[in-house]
Design a protein around this ligand. Structure first.
Ligand code: PLP
Length: 398
């Protein structure tokens, strides 16, 4: 039979489908809460001042566009590694950590997945239930069987920690456990420090392979606080995989800037790991693009720009917090029989709002307010102009 004749249509991406429906909606008061993007109070994706300044500096130099090294810009890899682990951390000092530039957080996850499939082909992968919608498909396409460990508890609107810990305790040595380092997507429910202590203990004792996905550093409680889990895992020793992304924290979505870091038990082991990771990169896309990496390397390294980035990121974090407060406060007035206090405890861009699929459909059909069927809303898409309409609509569909 001809090559393409038996190919079925792939399922539509559930999140991108929402944006398509939103774009087609003619209602001038429509609101898209389905996205995974930070908008400012004017409903715009910000271009950070630190990015503009870094770009201006780079333009002045007008450098040629040669190929980058396979693992990216050395200054970028170094700056990211120090951001992720700390410049004076043992893993950095002892050269046990390696960091490569990657095409966003997704690219970092895919590099890690391909690397793991080569060197641990029989391991299985565990992701949280629920998780970022791309985790499962990404690891499955890399050739893995992907399982869920219990995570969200709809009754408490928090983490089913007993269920999670029990699942970890039953995994075989070598199992790959994908963990959200902070700002869990989609639920907004994170582990407490004490719960992380227990997770690190089980992971270490059982010889599991932790893969920390950090796509939202700085959106929870701050750059330091959000990165603490990664440092604690690193202190517990390798092996450890960390994917991190600057899509959100630098508002550089389309530039595809992220990194994969791997912690080994010795510098000699780390060197071997890096050499093999470079082959994974070489055979996929050879080497990463220049611009985004240069911008982030410049902004992280120049003290003035670094300070400005931290302030701008804090601004985004604070605005999201304010929107959480406003949502809860206004719903207290408009829907006094319902308790939304949990929304304030949640971290990051998202909230599992507790809205049912039927309620989400009513929001969309009757009020042109678009959320994900699971009830996930992007708090970072709320602003001082749309919050009243959103609250009114939610109160009416409850
Ligand atoms: N991991 C999680 C948990 C995410 O939410 C996202 C983006 O939404 C990513 C990874 C991917 O980030 P990037 O856009 O940098 O590929």
């Amino acid at each position: 039979a001809p090559l393409f004749s038996a190919i079925e249509m792939a399922p539509r991406d559930p999140i991108l489908g929402i944006t398509e429906a939103f774009n087609a909606d003619k209602n001038p008061n429509k609101v898209n809460l389905g996205v995974g993007v930070y908008y400012d109070d004017n409903g715009k994706v910000p271009l950070l001042a630190c990015v503009q300044k870094a770009e201006a500096q780079l333009m002045e130099k007008a450098s040629p566009r040669t190929y980058l090294p396979i693992d990216g810009i050395a200054a970028y890899d170094k700056a990211v590694q120090e951001l992720v682990f700390g410049a004076d951390s043992a893993v950095v000092q002892e050269k046990r950590a390696i960091t490569v530039q990657a095409l966003g957080g997704t690219g970092a996850l895919k590099l890690g997945a391909d690397f793991l499939k080569r060197f641990s082909p029989n391991a299985q992968v565990w992701i949280s239930d629920p998780s970022w919608e791309n985790h499962r498909a990404l690891f499955e396409f890399a050739g893995f069987t992907v399982n869920n460990y219990p995570y969200y508890d709809a009754t408490t609107r928090g983490v089913n920690f007993t269920g999670m810990l029990n699942a970890l305790n039953e995994m075989p040595a070598g199992a790959i456990v994908v963990l959200h380092a902070c700002c869990h997507n989609p639920t907004g429910a994170d582990l407490t420090e004490d719960q992380w202590t227990q997770v690190i203990q089980v992971v270490t004792q059982r010889g599991l392979v932790p893969f920390l996905d950090m796509a939202y550093q700085g959106f929870g409680d701050g750059i330091e606080a959000d990165g603490k889990v990664v440092r604690r895992f690193a202190e517990a020793g390798g092996p450890l995989f960390v994917s991190n992304s600057f899509s959100k924290s630098f508002s550089l979505y389309g530039e595809r800037v992220g990194a994969l870091s791997i912690v080994a038990v010795s510098s000699e082991e780390a060197a071997r790991v890096l050499s093999q990771l470079k082959r994974v990169i070489r055979t996929n896309y050879s080497n990463p693009p220049i611009h985004g990496g240069q911008v982030v390397a410049t902004a992280l390294s120049a003290p003035e720009l670094r300070k400005q980035w931290e302030e701008e990121l804090a601004g985004m974090r604070v605005r999201i917090r304010e929107m959480r407060q406003a949502l809860v406060q206004n719903l207290k007035e408009k829907a006094p029989n319902h308790n939304f206090d949990f929304v304030i405890q949640q971290r990051g861009m998202f909230s599992y709002s507790g809205l049912t699929k039927a309620q989400v459909e009513r929001l969309r059909n009757e009020y042109s307010i678009y959320a994900v069927d699971t009830g996930r809303i992007c708090v970072a898409a709320l602003n001082s102009r749309n919050i009243d309409a959103v609250v009114d609509a939610i109160a009416k569909v409850l």
